[in-house]
Design a protein around this ligand. Structure first.
Ligand SMILES: NC(=O)c1ccc[n+]([C@@H]2O[C@H](COP(=O)([O-])OP(=O)(O)OC[C@H]3O[C@@H](n4cnc5c(N)ncnc54)[C@H](OP(=O)(O)O)[C@@H]3O)[C@@H](O)[C@H]2O)c1
Length: 165
């Protein structure tokens, strides 16, 4: 499976339940990569989407401890292993871990690639982070894009590969 994430220069991803940046070109890339596939997300990240609704044109698997959780258009898993069971038979490159922090951290060892968008700025405040792949054994950079400038920030698309899988 893959993870896809936006980080600041200190690997921060969120603050008080919100994203740190608004990056339209990045959002278009996120959409085109994940559309038609399966996204795996934590319940808190689902609640950050407009109306708490799942992402359209994708199979949404939401992880929550709440066994009574029910949200239209979502498949619910009450554990990481239950989520993985739901993905049985789905091609690995069609599986996308889309956050948030707890789900990235838990599923990272199962990810073959991380499609990272790194913003060349430090968020003023952050409370949620992605693991620093430059410090984790087994991860190396496969490719890095030219810088994109948007909404007053510069960022790059950096693809990491897990050489242990
Ligand atoms: N920068 C990015 O690319 C990006 C992407 C996505 C999200 N984010 C940000 O990340 C933040 C949210 O991350 P987060 O870590 O607070 O929340 P999260 O990972 O989205 O969701 C956490 C919730 O998932 C459920 N959960 C987690 N592990 C579980 C397990 N092993 N078994 C069963 N349920 C489990 C629990 O739901 P229940 O409480 O319902 O039991 C838990 O409260 C927000 O600020 C969001 O904007 C950033």
């Amino acid at each position: 499976m893959n993870a896809i994430v936006v980080v600041d220069k200190h690997w921060a991803i969120g603050c008080e339940g919100k994203l740190l940046f608004s990056l339209p070109t990045d959002m278009k890339r996120f959409r085109s990569l994940t559309i038609g596939g399966t996204v795996i997300l934590g319940r808190k990240t689902l609640d950050t989407f407009p109306g708490g609704r799942p992402l359209p044109q994708r199979r949404n698997i939401v992880i929550t401890h709440n066994v009574d959780f029910d949200r239209e258009g979502c498949e619910v898993a009450d554990s990481l292993s239950a989520a993985l069971e739901l993905t049985a038979g789905t091609p690995e490159d069609q599986l996308w871990v889309i956050g948030g922090g707890s789900i990235y951290t838990a599923l990272l060892p199962k990810c073959r690639r991380v499609f990272l968008t790194m913003v060349d700025a430090a968020a003023e405040k952050a409370d949620t982070f992605f693991p620093n792949l430059d410090k984790l054994p087994g991860w190396s950079i496969e490719s890095a894009s030219d810088p994109v400038e948007e909404n007053g920030v510069t960022y790059r698309f950096i693809d990491y590969i897990n050489t242990k899988l």
